[in-house]
Design a protein around this ligand. Structure first.
Ligand code: NI
Ligand code: MN
Length: 220
């Protein structure tokens, strides 16, 4: 499987299927990625992004799925703690400590809870934390699902910052951690190399710092 960080919280997994998570990039479009499946962690505009315009099979929490279905999309709904298999790809919805609203639908349009995903494809498991604070049940995500790779927000203000993401990485125990949700805007400035140095000095975890658009190979 190949993992591409397109920027912000947007990640493309390319294996037996193409799975696009949180299809938003600042000042650009992800239309060219041509995904089979889109997965949305929560309703905020910097995560929903181009979900409606992409019009692909979309995995989301019940409330967002209902909204997207009304827009004409094919949806697969689930809720926190549940797992579904979509075209051979497994999606487990995990908790996230964050708010959620479908911003494009107007102020206060409820989108249920914010979430994350553990996605399994071609024998590789990727945990995308979504937008979240640190929470100790990340240990359970590690113990239950054993993700190979963890995508963790480090930008602070709206999510974990570097100090919290370091503890999150230890809780989850994935061999590889990729920082996301930073430096998109001034208000979420963080130094990914500082994060990398701090983790790699104190643990066996490897931090892969990607540039927007850059890919890495995972598993076989
Ligand atoms: Ni958010
Ligand atoms: Mn966000």
């Amino acid at each position: 499987m190949q993992l591409t960080w397109l920027g912000h919280s947007c990640v493309l997994l390319t294996g037996s299927k193409k799975v696009l998570i949180d299809p938003f990039i600042e000042g650009g479009s992800v239309q060219g990625t041509n995904p089979d499946i889109v997965a949305v962690t929560h309703g905020h505009a910097d995560h929903m992004g181009e979900t409606v315009a992409l019009n692909r099979k979309t995995v989301a929490i019940t409330e967002i799925a209902r909204y997207l279905k009304a827009k004409g999309l094919t949806v697969e709904s689930l809720n926190i703690g549940g797992t579904i298999i979509v075209d051979g790809v497994s999606f487990t919805m995990t908790a996230a400590v964050h708010s959620s609203a479908i911003e494009e639908a107007g102020p206060g349009f409820s989108a249920g809870a914010a979430a994350g995903f553990v996605i399994g494809m071609d024998g590789v498991k990727v945990y995308h934390a979504g937008d979240t604070a640190l929470f100790s049940d990340m240990k359970l995500i590690g113990e239950l699902y054993h993700p190979d790779i963890a995508l963790l927000p480090i930008g602070g203000r709206f999510t974990m910052g570097i100090a919290e993401a370091m503890m999150a990485a230890n809780f989850i125990g994935a061999k590889t951690v990729i920082p996301i949700h930073y430096n998109t805007w001034d208000r979420i400035t963080a130094d990914p190399q500082q994060f990398k140095r701090a983790i790699e000095r104190t643990t066996d975890i490897k931090v892969q710092v990607l540039k927007p658009g850059e890919s890495m190979q995972t598993g076989s």
